[in-house]
Ligand binder design. Structure first.
Ligand code: DAT
Ligand code: MG
Length: 148
C-alpha cells in the first residue's frame, strides 16, 4: 500500500491545528502509520529540503521549519500521495481552494502549515529520513469498509 510523509509545520503546531489536520486524513480513510512531535536542527531541515537549496527562499524556509516542534507523520492508503496533496492544497495559500488545509488555515506561502510528499519516490526518501527507527506495523480493521 502507498505511503506518504506529512509534516505539520511549526505554525500548525503552535496554532493548535494538529488534531484538525489528523482528523481530515483519518476521516478520509487513510491509515496513520507513524506519528511524532519533533524539533529538527538546521542540518536536518536542510536535508529535508535539499532539492530547494538553490532557491532564494531556502534560508527562510529552513528557519521556519526549525522554529519549533513539527508533527511528523506517515499516512498510508490507495493513492495517498496525490490525494494527500489535494487535501493539503496548493503551495501558495492564496491559490489553495477553500476546503483544503492550506485554503482553510493559511494566508502566506511561508506559513503554509503543512508539508506532504510530492511523489511516491520522495515519500520513500522522506519517510526514511524522518523515521529511521521504522513505523508502526498494523492494519486497520476498517479496511473492508473503506476499500471494495
Ligand atoms: P510544497 O510544500 O507544496 O511541496 P515546494 O516543495 O515547492 O512546495 O516548496 C516547499 C516549501 O517552500 C513550500 O511549502 C513553501 C516554500 N516555498 C515554495 N515556494 C516558495 C516561494 N516562491 N516563496 C517562498 N516560499 C516558498
Ligand atoms: Mg514539496
Amino acid at each position: 500500500m502507498e505511503q506518504t510523509f506529512v509534516m505539520i509545520k511549526p505554525d500548525g503546531v503552535q496554532r493548535g491545528l494538529v488534531g484538525e489536520i489528523i482528523g481530515r486524513f483519518e476521516k478520509k480513510g487513510f491509515t496513520l502509520k507513524g506519528l511524532k512531535l519533533i524539533t529538527v536542527d538546521r542540518h536536518f531541515a536542510e536535508q529535508h529540503y535539499a532539492d530547494l537549496s538553490a532557491k532564494p527562499f531556502f534560508n527562510g524556509l529552513v528557519e521556519y521549519i526549525i522554529s519549533g516542534p513539527v508533527a511528523a507523520m506517515v499516512w498510508e492508503g490507495k493513492n495517498v500521495v496525490t490525494t494527500g496533496r489535494k487535501i493539503i492544497g496548493a503551495t501558495n495559500p492564496a491559490d489553495s481552494a477553500p476546503g483544503t488545509i492550506r485554503g482553510d488555515y493559511a494566508i502566506d506561502i511561508g506559513r503554509n502549515v503543512i508539508h506532504g510528499s510530492d511523489s511516491v519516490e520522495s515519500g520513500k526518501k522522506e519517510i526514511a529520513l524522518w523515521f529511521p527507527e521504522g513505523i508502526a506495523e498494523w492494519r486497520s480493521s476498517l479496511h473492508s469498509w473503506i476499500y471494495e
